[in-house]
Write a protein that binds this ligand. Structure first.
Ligand code: TRP
Length: 453
């Protein structure tokens, strides 16, 4: 596609670099912090199965579509939608899709940064030996005292936002490629060591049972929505993050293969986190539905008890923070890319403004865990509201629109050319999933939640 506008767009050095960056975006707090606690809140096995089915039938096809749209236009999401609607001769209202993504990204990052701040604070706690020989009650006490302090939460939230913006200022791919390259394997090894500890707790089977034995009577329509929303969240879909990364992807690289690799790695990390955490939950008489504090109330018990736990605790939280960083930059990059490319702001200015607004929004989440814990809208505190609004509503709606756009609006010859699948059959499978299965699934889950079905 020819492009006469100023291009400040870079390109990944290789397909491998794209895989690393996109995996870095996908693997984050969603896998290690969020997946276990929402699985705990939604009754375990059945929820996990719905989530896995959503990843396979909705997530992967949409990841392929989102990458494809970005690569075709080579622009930020707002302009991608504008450009591709022109190309397809479609209605101008599609432009709003790019907008919604930009807003969703800032909303998500506002609370993501607060939780990543917790993980950062836990590096210090691990280093100080706070978990040494502590039992479940003591570990819970440490967590409760910590989140009760707005000053501490603001401090760590600010630090994390600052780190994110410092990386984004330099452009997505300087240094990022290397960080992810070393991070992913190390994180994997640590998770496996933690699973090893979980096996010694005496509650390993109970944990596995909770995670993998489905009891469908525990599924409510809201749990199905949460599972579907999480498939979007954990794969970074529905708001343009993967579109931006796709826009840096050189032509001639197989999008479908890379999507499978990324989704596979992402799912593996989430399942490992669940397998490590639930045995500890049961061995210490903790409650699976302990909410957002779950990993902070369980894993430190392991670090306090196991041989080499001091070092492992430090390493674990360091890696969690790096994993969160490689995700957070993809949440803000669509905003920054748009401000730079379309609004002619310098990269520095774009970072300062978007960072400030996101930081300010994050204070709402900070206060939901202490001074504003009773401030509720629709029965949810500010953190829960932001999470529901983004993961359960905006991302699936964004994903639905991406699917409809890729399946119905974009000309077949264009998507065929862009995807360049090895054979006609695999293209056809994708085409059916993206045109029918994914959008209808999202649509029916929504109907079910609002009580029409
Ligand atoms: N996928 C990341 C995680 O699991 C979070 C994330 C990064 C994200 N970029 C995103 C979620 C874009 C939705 C959209 O932690």
């Amino acid at each position: 596609m020819t492009d006469t506008k100023k291009s400040v767009h870079g390109a990944w050095s290789s397909r491998f670099a794209f895989i690393l960056a996109a995996t870095g975006s996908a693997v984050g707090l969603g896998n290690i912090w969020k997946f276990p606690y929402i699985t705990g809140e939604n009754g375990g096995g059945a929820f996990v199965i719905v989530y896995l089915v959503c990843v396979l039938l909705i997530g992967i096809p949409i990841m392929i579509a989102e990458t494809m749209l970005g690569r075709r236009s080579q622009r930020n999401p707002v302009e991608t939608m504008a450009l591709l609607t022109d190309e397809a001769g479609a209605d101008k209202n599609w432009h709003y899709l790019g907008w919604m993504g930009v807003i969703a990204g800032m909303f998500i990052l506002s609370y993501y940064s607060v939780i990543a701040g917790w993980a950062s604070a836990y590096i210090v706690k691990a280093f100080a030996g706070s978990f040494f020989d502590a039992d479940g009650t003591a570990i819970k006490g440490i967590f409760d005292d910590f989140v009760a302090s707005p000053v501490q939460l603001i401090f760590w939230h600010s630090l994390f936002m600052l780190a994110t913006m410092l990386i984004v200022v330099r452009g997505v791919h300087n240094g990022l490629e290397k960080a992810v390259q070393f991070l992913m394997p190390s994180l994997f090894v640590l998770m496996i060591l933690l699973v090893g500890y979980a096996m010694t707790t005496g509650s390993y089977n109970q944990g596995l049972h909770f995670l993998f034995m489905p009891d469908f009577s525990k599924l409510t329509s809201d749990s199905v929505l949460t599972a579907m929303g999480h498939a979007f969240f954990t794969l970074s879909l529905g708001m343009g993050a993967i579109m931006v990364y796709g826009s840096y992807l050189p032509k001639g690289i197989s999008i479908a293969k890379t999507a499978f690799l990324i989704a596979g790695a992402d799912t593996a990390v989430a399942l490992l986190a669940g397998i490590a955490i639930f045995p500890i939950v049961f061995a210490n008489n903790l409650h699976p539905a302990s909410g957002p504090g779950l990993i902070f109330q369980t894993l430190p018990i392991a670090f306090g008890a196991m041989a080499g736990g001091w070092l492992m605790g430090i390493l674990f939280f360091v890696m969690l923070v790096i994993a969160a960083l490689t995700s957070s930059i993809s949440l803000i990059e669509p905003v920054v890319a748009w401000l730079v490319e379309s609004k002619d702001l310098s990269r520095e200015k774009a970072c300062i403004w978007s960072g400030l607004v996101t930081w300010l929004l994050g204070l709402g989440t900070v206060f939901s865990f202490n001074v504003w814990s009773n401030v509720k809208f629709f029965d949810r505190n500010i953190f829960q509201l932001l999470d529901y609004l983004t993961a359960n509503l905006m991302l699936p709606i964004g994903g639905f629109c991406i699917a409809v756009f890729a399946g119905w609006i974009m000309k077949r010859q264009h998507s065929e050319q862009e995807l360049d699948m090895p054979n006609a059959a695999s293209y056809q499978v994708w085409k059916i999933l993206i045109s029918y299965v994914a959008p209808l699934a999202v649509f029916f889950v929504f109907l079910h939640v609002i009580g029409v079905l």
